[in-house]
Design a protein around this ligand. Structure first.
Ligand SMILES: [Zn+2]
Length: 81
């Protein structure tokens, strides 16, 4: 898997950049919340460690882990419409 951008599954806003870095994690899942419509991205399966970056439309607020799923919480950047 390579780098990608999380898009909201509802409104298509770019939510976060996912950048792989060396080092394996136990197999996990990750998704990003959408600050524009309250929905979220689809859940991705990941195996490597990673960096999360902001997009033009979001800032990263926090990264939480719940039941083996990383949840990226975001706040609004530029208005997405
Ligand atoms: Zn959305």
């Amino acid at each position: 898997m390579s780098d990608f951008t999380f898009l909201c599954s509802n409104c298509d806003a770019p939510l976060a950049e996912f950048l792989e870095k060396p080092g394996e994690l136990e197999s996990r899942k990750i998704k990003a919340m959408c600050p524009h419509c309250g929905d979220s991205s689809f859940t991705k399966d990941i195996k490597n460690k990673f960096y999360i970056g902001a997009t033009e439309y979001t800032a990263i607020e926090s990264l939480e882990e719940k039941d083996g799923v990383f949840i990226i919480k975001t706040t609004k950047g530029k208005k997405y419409e």
